[in-house]
Every structure is written in C-alpha cells, then in structure tokens.
Write a protein that binds this ligand. Structure first.
Ligand code: ZN
Length: 508
C-alpha cells in the first residue's frame, strides 16, 4: 500500500470514529428518553437529538468524505475498492461507502418530508388503532408509500423497487431471494400449523396468575448472569417496549417490561434482548467505535435473539434444568404444574391475530403476510384503500382466522407509521438464519441439548462469539452464513428444527 493511501485510510478511520461517538451519544439520549427522562424535558430532548443527527449527517455526507472514499479507491460500484486492498481496509471501505451513498443519494427534501410525514402519521396511527379507524390513517400511509417509492428510486438499487428498501435493513439482500425462501417457508408452515392443531388446546391457564414483580426481576437477573451477560458492560431497565441499545462497545443496555399476571412475557423478552446484547458485546475489539462495530444486519441480529429465546430457552433440556429454579421463585403459582405441562404451555401453537403474541410456528406467517402486502403496495399492485380487505384475506389463507377489526388486523404494528417499509422480512429471516446456525452449532459442539441440560451456556456463548459475533459488520449476512454453515439462505433447517422439537414435545 502506498504511503498516501495509508494516510487517506487513517483520515477516514478518524472521521468514522467521530461519527460513531456521535451515534453512541444519540443512543444514550434516546435510552434516557425511554427510561427515566422527566416528562417536560421532551421538547429540549428533541432539539438535542435533531442537532446531533444533523451534525452526524453533515459529516457523513460531506464533500471531504466523498473525496477521501474515492481517493482510497472506493466507488458505488466497487465499494471495497478493488482486490489489491488488504482485507481489513476492504471491509471497512465497503461498509463506510454504503453509509455514505445512502446519506448522499437521498435528497435532503425527501429526508425532511419523510420525517415530517412520520411524525404526523404516528399520532394518527395510534388513535386509528385505538378506534379501529383505518380510513383516517389511509392518507398518511399513502403518502409514506409514495415517499418510500421515491427513496427507492433515489437509491437506485436492484431490479425490484422493493430491493432498495429491504437493503436498508438487510444489506445486500434482494426481493428475488426472499421470495424464493419465503415461498417454501409459507407452504411448509401452513401444513405444519394444521398438523399441530391439537396444541391449540393446551392448558396454559397457570401462566396467567399472580407473579409478583420483585421475584420476576430477581429471576431475570439470574438468567442474565447464567447467559453470561456482563453487568459491568450493561444494565437492564424497564420500558414500555423492550429494546437493546449500544451506547458503546462496552455499554450495551437492555430493557424489559413486566406484567404482574404472567412472568413468561418478561422472562422470554429479557432472554431475547440479552441475545441481541451478547451479539454486540461479542464483537472484536479491533472494530470498536467503527462502522464495523455493530451487528451485520437486522436479520442476523434477530437470529441471535431468537436462538436464545426459542431454541434454547423454550427447549425441553432447558426446562429440565431450569424448572426447579423457576419454582423456587414461584412455588405456589406452579405447585400443581408438571414439567411436561409447563413445556407444552410455553410452546403452545395457536393461530392468533396479533404478531407480537404469536408462537414460534405461526410467527413467520404473520411476517410473510406483511412482506407480500408491502411489496404489492410499493410496486403499485395494491392500493392503500384495498389493504384491510387484502390483510384479512391473507390472514384467512395463511392462518385460517380473520381479525374482528382493523385494530387487531392491519393497524396493529407501528412499523408502517414510522415509514419503515422493508423492515418486517428481517424478523422471519432471523428465524431462518437462526436454524441454519443452530444446525452448525450441533456439528461443532456435539450434543447441544446436553450442554443446555448441564447449564453450560458459556460453551454456547463462546461458540457464537467465535463463529458469528466477533465479525460485526465486517461480514455481510450472506458471507457470514456461508462461512459458518457452508450454505446459502434456506428454509428447510428451520422447518426441520420445528418438526423435531414438536415431535419431542408431543412424546413427553
Ligand atoms: Zn429482537
């Protein structure tokens, strides 16, 4: 490498580092807003956030940044800049170029218009959902779809107008690839849900009892430390909607929410968020405070949380070990509940209208519905006014049920009101990635069930760290999947995992 190029890269790294410091500061302000900010601070907080976001955007989209990237050999067509570049520089340039292109290609007017429309749409959506009033939200959704189409054109990626939108959340993924795997997934899941219909009658009434919050909190701290979540590098707080946020490489915080009448909601929610946090905390130090120092994509991120939540914490061996622990926290509530009843109850398969309450088997069908609809909206094959009817028809086709109203139907999720079109598929991609990685983990570690039964979670965390977490954004989702599993994205391992699991549960 010429002296000159190394100087250029050094300057780019410095600029990137400053950007990450600003992003982490933004994350801290947002975390504070959700967890403990006094109510009247809202107005000033919005000003603080928009100032920092503006500064970050200006720096990222600056002329100097563009020039430096070009000088380093990075172009839109060849973001990593040629094969003679050392690998570490190649992946850095590729990731930074991607951020830069997204920042400069979308015109400022569009960014402002989107922000304005989202802020208007959100309050209208919340009220519309409350009152089952889709028509009042429709004009806002119409506008947001139009703006998203414009955004897609500005980014000019891929063959399908949905490609550029999907790419925002799942870098380098295409609509064609998702169509193909979701097609298989849909067919298999619809059959599986029918086969497992008797699971809808499992008695889970004991999960709805009185579960005092102090015990729930203590149980959550116990599972977090068993999973290896480091309280010196993070913390847990309570918010209305649980999330994980990285305030720095050594400060990855999670939140949860408690319901007095059921402990499983906070328990599995906490395990889920801790799965996200372990990912961020497991990224190699060399990527600290850089564009590479975060998860590869939302789908890969979701695969980390779902492995912990569903594949480990809802498994038979996990509860063979953990049921006695949980019974110490809730002795009277679970007194007459056998282990087998308990496991069946937390794995109940039950087609329902609400995505966030869906079980592991039906969940991806909720996603496939949203994916099909938003693609049709973007393409112009479906008009917003016909959306509720199409939604209900899709629910009937995929899950055999119909929402009673739009509040529990088309209006249930916040994503579209936030202008986030292309986000939904990452949830189901997470399930697929998770099963593919899980299968390789068995190949590498041998009998994973026994490790879980013996509480050797550190072996699992260590495997995830070495094979997946450490790379951060240095590997694209497809590269990571290929390197770990030797394969491309597919639905079969997930279906196989579900079939094996439910066969075992049926035999209990
Ligand atoms: Zn998640």
């Amino acid at each position: 490498m010429s002296r000159k190029r190394s100087t250029i890269l050094e300057e780019l790294r410095e600029r990137d580092r400053d950007l990450q410091l600003i992003y982490h500061s933004i994350a801290l302000l947002q975390w504070d807003q959700e967890t403990g900010m006094p109510k009247r601070a809202l107005h000033e907080r919005s000003e603080q956030l928009s100032l920092l976001e503006g500064i970050a955007h200006e720096r990222l989209a600056s002329k100097e940044m563009g020039e430096l990237l070009c000088e380093a050999g990075s172009t839109s067509e060849n973001p990593g800049g040629g094969h003679d570049i050392p690998h570490g520089d190649y992946v850095f340039l590729r990731a930074l170029r991607r951020e830069y292109d997204r920042a400069v290609k979308i015109p400022k007017r569009l960014v402002t218009e989107l922000a304005r429309e989202i802020s208007a749409a959100q309050s209208v959506w919340a009220e519309a959902r409350e009152n089952d009033d889709f028509p009042s939200f429709a004009p806002h959704l119409e506008k947001l779809i139009t703006l998203n189409r414009e955004k897609s054109r500005a980014l000019g990626l891929g063959e399908h107008p949905y490609d550029a939108l999907l790419d925002e959340y799942e870098p380098w993924m295409t609509t064609a690839k998702v169509d193909k795997v979701f097609g298989n997934l849909k067919k298999e899941l619809v059959t599986l849900v029918q086969e497992l219909h008797e699971f809808a009658h499992v008695d889970d009434s004991f999960l709805h009892s009185s579960y005092p919050l102090p015990q729930q909190e203590a149980l959550n701290r116990r599972i977090l430390s068993d999973m290896g979540y480091d309280f010196d590098r993070g913390r847990i707080d309570v918010t209305a909607h649980p999330f994980t946020t990285a305030v720095g490489s050594d400060d990855v915080r999670i939140t949860t929410r408690y319901k007095e009448h059921t402990f499983t909601s906070a328990f599995f929610g906490t395990v889920h968020e801790a799965g996200h946090a372990l990912y961020e905390l497991g990224i190699d130090d060399e990527y600290k405070t850089s564009v590479l120092g975060e998860g590869s994509s939302l789908g890969i991120h979701e695969s980390r949380s779902r492995t912990w939540e569903n594949m480990i914490a809802r498994s038979i061996p996990f509860w063979r070990r953990y049921y006695s622990v949980v019974k110490e926290f809730f002795p009277s509530q679970l007194e007459d509940v056998t282990l087998s009843n308990f496991i069946k109850a937390i794995n109940k398969v039950h087609p329902s209208c609400i995505r966030i309450e869906a079980d592991e088997v039906t969940y991806s069908l909720h996603i496939i519905l949203r994916y099909q609809l938003e693609q049709a909206l973007v393409k112009g094959d479906l008009s917003v006014k016909d959306l509720p009817a199409e939604w209900n028809r899709g629910m009937e086709e995929l899950l055999g049920i119909r929402p009673k109203n739009d509040g529990e139907g088309v209006l249930q999720d916040v994503h579209w009101s936030m202008g986030a079109v292309g986000y939904f598929p990452t949830y189901a991609l997470g399930n697929l990635y998770a099963a593919q990685f899980y299968s390789t983990m068995w190949d590498d570690l041998g009998d994973v069930d026994t490790l879980v039964l013996e509480g050797k979670f550190y072996r699992i965390t260590e495997w995830m760290r070495t094979r997946i977490h450490r790379y951060g954004k240095a590997k694209t989702p497809a590269e990571l999947l290929k390197d770990v599993t030797g394969e491309a994205l597919k639905a079969e391992p997930f279906i196989r995992y579900l079939r094996d699991k439910y066969t075992q549960i049926q035999e209990m």
